[in-house]
Design a protein around this ligand. Structure first.
Ligand code: GLV
Length: 344
C-alpha cells in the first residue's frame, strides 16, 4: 500500500511529484475555505503510509498513534508546532518540514507589513476607495518614517529570533539605513559574524526599537513572549510586526495596547486563535491585518509543495527524508520496527 494522505489541496507541482512515482494519493479537502474534518483525518491516517499535512491540522498523539505502519509526516510549512514532534519521535515516526524555500518571500512580506503600518497604506487605501479623498492635505494620514527621513534619525529595528527569516529581514533593513538590534533566546552567539546588526538585551530591544519584528518558532517558552508588560515597555510610536506564529503575542493585550496608545501600530499575518481575530482587533485603524500569507508567492508555494512531496516520497520508501525535524528518530528502535512492519 503506497498511499499518501494529503490533508488539503496543495499546489499542482507537489501532486505531480507524487503521481509521477505511481503513489496513490487521497486529498482530504478540496475546498480552500474548509479544513479536513478530524474524523476524516483519523480515518485516512489509519489507511495511509504517509501524511502530507498543512499547518491547519493538529497532528497530535492521537493521530500519530492511529496507524502502526505510518512511515512519516511531511508538513508543508517551515513551522511545525501543529505536529507533536516529541510523540512522533517516541513512536518512531519521522517528521519533515519545508525550510529555506520561503525565507525571502516571508522576509519580503514582513517588510510589506512594516511599511504598510508605518506609512498607513491600508488606511489610505480605505480612504481613497470610500471616496473620502477630496483634497490633498498637509495633515492627511501622516505616518512615521522607516528610513531616516525628515528628522535624519536612523530608526531602530528590533529583530527577535535570528534564524533564516530574521537574518533576511535584517539584510533588507540596510536599504532603509536602519540601526538593527537582535535578540534571540539562544543568546548572542547565535548572531555569529552577522554584519550590520548588534545584540540587544530583551528589555533594551523593547525600549529602544521603533519597529519590532518577530521571527521565532512557537514553543511553550515563546508563547505570550510579548504580553502586557512587554507592550507597555515599548515606545508609544513603536510598531510590532508578527509573521511568526500568533500565540507568541498575547493578542488581547495587543488590542488594548493599540486602542489605548501604548504602542503606535502593528502588522499581523498570524493570530492567536487563527482564523479568529481577538475581539476588537479588526475595528482598529492602526493595525494592518493579513490572512497568514507571508509565504504565499506562486514560486514559493510551488517549491514548498515539491519539497513536502519529496519528503513524503522518502518517508514512503523508508529512507531518511531530506528535511527531517526529528533526525534522531532514525537512530531509534521504534523507527526500525515501524519500517519493518511497513515492508512486511
Ligand atoms: C508558514 O507559516 C510556515 O510555517 O511555513
Amino acid at each position: 500500500m503506497r498511499h499518501v494522505f494529503v490533508t488539503r489541496r496543495i499546489p499542482r507541482a507537489g501532486m505531480e511529484i507524487l503521481e509521477s512515482e505511481g503513489v496513490s494519493v487521497e486529498v482530504g479537502q478540496e475546498r480552500e475555505d474548509a479544513g479536513v474534518p478530524r474524523e476524516k483525518l483519523l480515518k485516512e491516517t489509519r489507511r495511509s503510509r504517509v501524511l502530507l499535512s498543512l499547518l491547519t491540522e493538529a497532528v497530535d498523539r492521537e493521530v500519530l498513534g492511529e496507524n502502526p505502519r505510518l512511515q512519516g509526516v511531511a508538513n508543508m510549512a517551515v513551522g511545525f508546532d501543529n505536529v507533536d514532534v516529541a510523540a512522533a519521535t517516541e513512536l518512531g515516526i519521522p517528521v519533515s518540514n519545508t525550510p529555506g524555500v520561503l525565507t525571502d518571500t516571508t522576509a519580503d512580506f514582513t517588510w510589506a507589513l512594516l511599511l504598510a503600518v508605518a506609512r498607513r497604506v491600508t488606511e489610505g487605501d480605505r480612504y481613497a476607495r470610500d471616496g473620502r479623498f477630496r483634497l490633498w492635505g498637509p495633515n492627511l494620514l501622516v505616518g512615521g518614517d522607516v528610513s531616516p527621513g525628515g528628522s535624519g534619525r536612523r530608526k531602530v529595528l528590533g529583530i527577535v529570533g535570528f534564524g533564516r527569516i530574521g537574518s533576511a529581514v535584517a539584510r533588507r533593513a540596510r536599504g532603509f539605513d536602519m540601526d538593527v538590534r537582535v535578540h534571540t533566546r539562544g543568546g548572542r552567539e547565535r548572531l555569529g559574524d552577522a554584519q550590520g546588526v548588534r545584540w540587544a538585551e530583551w528589555e533594551e530591544l523593547l525600549e529602544e526599537s521603533d519597529f519590532i519584528s518577530l521571527h521565532l518558532p512557537l514553543t511553550p517558552e515563546t508563547r505570550h513572549l510579548v504580553g502586557e508588560p512587554e507592550l507597555r515597555r515599548m515606545k508609544e510610536t513603536a510598531c510590532l510586526v508578527n509573521t511568526a506564529r500568533g500565540p507568541v503575542v498575547d493578542e488581547a493585550a495587543l488590542v488594548r495596547a493599540l486602542r489605548e496608545g501604548w504602542i503606535g501600530g502593528a502588522g499581523l499575518d498570524v493570530y492567536e486563535a487563527e482564523p479568529e481575530l481577538a475581539p476588537g482587533l479588526a475595528k482598529l485603524d492602526n493595525v494592518v491585518l493579513a490572512p497568514h500569507i507571508a509565504s504565499a508567492s506562486r514560486d514559493t508555494r510551488d517549491r514548498m509543495a515539491t519539497m513536502a512531496a519529496t519528503n513524503a516520497l522518502h518517508h514512503l520508501r523508508g529512507e531518511p527524508a531530506p528535511n527531517p525535524v526529528n533526525p534522531e528518530v532514525y537512530e531509534t528502535e521504534a523507527w526500525h520496527h515501524r519500517r519493518s512492519l511497513a515492508e512486511g
